[in-house]
Design a protein around this ligand. Sequence first.
Ligand SMILES: *Cc1c(COP(=O)(O)O)cnc(C)c1O
Length: 433
Amino acid sequence: MKYYSTNKKVSGVSLQDAVVKGLAEDKGLFMPDSIKALPQSFFDTIETLSFQEIAYTVADAFFGEDVEAEALKKIVYETLNFDVPVVHVNDNIYSLELYHGPTLAFKDVGGRFMSRLLGYFIQKQGENNVKVLVATSGDTGSAVANGFLGVEGIHVYVLYPKGLVSPIQECQFTTLGQNITALEVDGTFDDCQALVKSAFMDDELNAKLKLTSANSINVARFLPQSFYYFYAYAQLKKLGKANDVVMCVPSGNFGNITAGLFGKKMGLPIKRFIAANNRNDIFLQYLQTGVYTPRPSVSTIANAMDVGDPSNFARVLDLYGASHEAISAEISGVSYNDEQIAETLKACKQETGYLLDPHGAVGYRALQGGLAANETGVFLETAHPAKFLETVENIIGEKVEIPQKLQEFMKGEKKSLPMTKNFESFKSYLMSI
Ligand SMILES: *Cc1c(COP(=O)(O)O)cnc(C)c1O
């Protein structure tokens, strides 16, 4: 399969180059030349297959031409060694719990898959010294660091804003050691991202080091997120609820929902999508006006979605031939403020006993008012509520139990290198490693 750039100045790129480069040279995002439809027979029996079997079929459609079958199977099976259950919450609303992986957030799927696929290509190329730079406001750093932990030939540098990530999140990437280095930047998340971007643009650094990025612009991180949409459908089919499925996706950079849209293109019978936003409602504005106007993000209690210029919007446009009408026909949008998110989280706990995290709460609320009687709604529960401990405990007025996996991270010793937000000091650090 060849990949082209959403900016249309680059095409014919191999999967290997798309994964190693991350972003195209014209600054666009890579898209596969074609999206293969899966056969009807697959959907007829999907409920008899395991998550790993389903995922392998989907992975084969994307990557089968470029990765040997046995290697791809191993990557899929190693990535998905945890469950992604569909849980009934209320009426015709279900939660797709994506938080049973090592760092308790959905980004584990993409982080783990990408680390293994990149590892596979690096071994093939005979490279052994690739540096992954990742800026994080919390969840991405932990998923990427844990995904890449112990992968040979790759060293990960996590840049995070000092004092601005929660203590639980911080320990998920500062206590690992081995091939993971945490850089504690005296600045904001935007400063971290600016340092990473400057590094990618610096000729001297790129002549010396093999640098790559691991956020959802990378096809190896975002495409695997389609796997669990298929598995959710299989579980609904088992329950006799697979007609008129509405998928509601709490969205920030729009990687997660775009993966679902790819699934629909492959034939997955999802009736429609809802993009659920916090106050950063750039996509909703686009749906309402037909004009895309990025603006600086505002901070909310669903902070993993505090994005003012969603990077994967370019992929959504490309997928629908830039037609506002076609996009609006399949995707609707909602936006809720912090008060509404908190109110929903609290009411859901009281009325159903189900504990949402602030991101899942945005998705749940959208389905509460937004389903026709015949529709089944599934929202993606993108992180475990304990990852946002203080926020959630304050809202419900109760203690939240911290899962064993998170407690293990909290026992480790925090190690990080202090870094200023000044590019010259970051550059001289990178030149010295
Ligand atoms: C990253 C993240 C999101 C947003 O996902 P996108 O793919 O960026 O739209 C939502 N919820 C949580 C908990 C996240 O970590």
